[in-house]
Design a protein around this ligand. Structure first.
Ligand code: NAP
Ligand code: 8YV
Length: 313
């Protein structure tokens, strides 16, 4: 019997690519590299393998008459037109929970790094500047006020870690989470006005686009720090750059950007930022777990078994 044909729409972690190739006939980004060849295989494509950043449009879904499911290697699926898929009865799966610890760890790494200026201080040492005097003082984290925008799986895991630093935690979400025991604010702007560090960890997509805008940054204030481990789209990047340039906020630590992998030159030139290349879930252990779950969802589908982690309608 021939193996199912699938379309891969992202450049994956190589062991996951190998896993896919062992079991399926994989057409790797053929829709982008060779549209004529893609048109020939499109009627036979039964699944899409996507990543958290990948784009799966309504138009692409419409080109695949035999499509049965979409498996996302990532918890975020804002690039997938889930509505268009569900309209055709095509389920979408993602990889929740298995990456929560790593992303929460990275949220704290970024918070601590920008507060204490770790990359800048390291650069100072490497550049041989230490003999000229000590590095400038940082911002104390223990006991500071942390505002979390999005208190879901990862947001809660960040809060748990921040409790270990004696931080005073507040949050904003669309629906209040009284069981959390943390102070709730109905908007990002109201939250920002009451905290020292604002941690953004919502999904991306239309519902959160530019949620962190110039007004939120103004409310955070000249002593406040922004940390974004969610999606670049959640922050108004131009407003963030301007706020960093003119001292509206003290600094920002960003793992995600509006136009990845391109990060504006002007942002890269700033001294009051810590910038990482969308790597919050990037450990060997978690990549393995994500690959197994994304692969497991494909396998469950083709075995006629219940999907492991379907995303809700
Ligand atoms: P989750 O459990 O679904 O949590 C999402 C949270 O965001 C919920 O508390 C939700 O609460 C809140 N939310 C949604 N829309 C909101 C809005 N408009 N305003 C305020 N809060 C809003 O998801 P998760 O597993 O924690 O993952 C969160 C996101 O992290 C992912 O979707 C992905 O974009 C990002 N992520 C990034 C990386 C990375 O490498 N940087 C890695 C993994 C995940 P309500 O629905 O009650 O509002
Ligand atoms: C991944 C992510 O880096 O899970 C997500 O939503 O953004 C990250 O964990 C990504 O999906 C892998 O390419």
């Amino acid at each position: 019997m021939s193996t199912p044909e699938i379309l891969s729409v992202a450049k994956f972690w190589p062991p996951y690519t190998a896993q896919l190739n062992e079991t399926y006939t994989v057409h790797d980004r053929l829709h982008q590299t060779d549209p004529a060849a893609f048109a020939l295989v499109a009627p036979r494509i039964r699944a899409i393998a996507a990543s958290g950043e990948a784009i799966v449009t309504r138009e692409l879904i419409a080109q695949l008459p035999a499509l049965e499911m979409i498996s996302v290697f990532g918890v975020g699926y804002d690039g997938v037109d889930v509505k268009a898929a569900h309209e055709r009865g095509i389920p979408v799966t993602n990889t929740p929970d298995v990456l929560t610890d790593d992303v929460a760890d990275m949220g704290m790494v970024l918070l601590l790094s920008i507060a204490r200026g770790v990359p800048q201080a390291e650069q100072y040492l490497r550049a041989g500047q230490w003999p000229q005097g000590p590095y400038k003082l940082g911002r104390k984290v223990t006991g500071a006020r942390l505002g979390i925008v999005g208190l879901g799986r990862i947001g809660q895991a960040i809060a748990t870690r921040a409790e270990g630093f004696g931080m005073r935690i507040a949050y904003t979400t669309r629906t209040e989470k009284p069981a959390s025991g943390y102070r709730y604010f109905p908007s990002a702007e109201a939250l920002a006005a009451e905290v020292d560090f604002l941690m953004v960890i919502t999904p991306g997509g239309a519902g959160t686009r530019k949620l962190i805008n110039a007004n939120v940054l103004k409310a955070l204030g000249p002593k406040g720090f922004l940390i974004n481990v969610a999606r670049g789209s959640v922050c108004d990047e131009q407003a963030v750059i301007e706020a960093l340039q003119n001292g509206t906020i003290a600094g920002a630590a960003l793992d995600v950007f509006e136009n990845e992998p391109n990060v504006p030159e002007v942002l890269r030139a700033l001294d009051n930022v810590v910038l990482t290349p969308h790597m919050a879930s990037g450990t060997w252990e978690t990549r393995r777990a994500m690959a197994d779950l994304a692969f497991g969802n494909l396998g469950a589908h083709f075995a006629g078994q219940p999907l492991l982690t379907p995303v809700p309608a």
